[in-house]
Design a protein around this ligand. Structure first.
Ligand SMILES: [Zn+2]
Length: 240
């Protein structure tokens, strides 16, 4: 029995993640994909089995995920209020704002306590948390750079935070490493990837095979991290 009414279904990714989609059967020969504000819509021929549809769209999963996260971000923005979730090192952390005479930010497990002298001023809260995140990022990144410098046998001269609009990291001939502070929101393996990428440039100032071999030596899984970072990018830019 083939259901001709549009059906809400779920697609399971190899990562275990689920993607919801709306299946619309049509009198057509090919499968069509569309990502709009309601999510993924698949147009498929009437008689093709669902398993075959999912097989056929498998090569498009990266594209689908990228489009879905773009759509999501069009709707999303951070509400700098109690109860809002942000990410620190890939973990969900809940904001808890409290009116106070002084400003301070303190993380207690999965709660980020923000004492603020302007509790209803969201821009002020955003600034307080961003400043705190930058401090945390620098400490975290410096430690990781130390660890991976030893593994790669490179000697960076300094680590700085960057506020770049589209780059996660960079390095220069003075062996200075710059890392986007927003990365502190990402899971550790993503941060490690960006750091190893930049450190490997201290050996190979290009993206040649030799360069990627250096990255692979310390991070055999770097390809999936690189992909994940692409999908995550627009989320990381919701802040600041
Ligand atoms: Zn590079």
């Amino acid at each position: 029995m083939i259901n001709l009414k549009p059906t809400n279904l779920e697609l399971f990714l190899p990562s275990g993640k689920k993607i919801k989609y709306l299946l619309k059967r049509r009198n057509r020969r090919t499968i069509g994909l569309k990502v709009d504000h309601d999510g993924l819509v698949i147009h498929a021929p009437i008689l093709i089995p669902r398993s075959r549809i999912e097989e056929l769209i498998a090569p498009k999963l990266d594209w689908i995920q990228e489009k879905l996260s773009l759509q999501l971000n069009k709707k999303k923005k951070i509400n700098w209020k109690t109860g809002e979730l942000i990410h620190i090192l890939g973990n969900k952390v809940i904001l808890s704002l409290k009116a106070s005479k002084t400003n301070s930010v303190l993380q207690d497990k999965d709660i980020l306590h923000v004492d603020t002298n302007r509790v209803n001023d969201q821009i002020h809260s955003a600034k307080l948390v961003s400043k705190w995140l930058k401090e945390k990022a620098l400490k975290d990144f410096v430690r990781r750079v130390e660890v991976f410098s030893v593994k790669l046998n490179v000697h960076p001269s300094n680590v700085y935070l960057s506020n770049a609009k589209s780059r996660w990291g960079s390095c220069n001939s003075k062996k200075e490493i710059r890392l986007n502070w927003r990365l502190i929101q990402a899971p550790p393996h993503i941060i490690n990837y960006v750091i190893c990428h930049e450190l490997a440039h201290l050996k190979e100032m290009n993206h040649s095979n030799r360069f990627w071999e250096e990255v692979e030596k310390v991070l055999p899984e770097y390809r999936s991290s690189e992909k994940e970072l692409k999908t995550l990018s627009s989320d990381l830019y919701l802040i600041g």
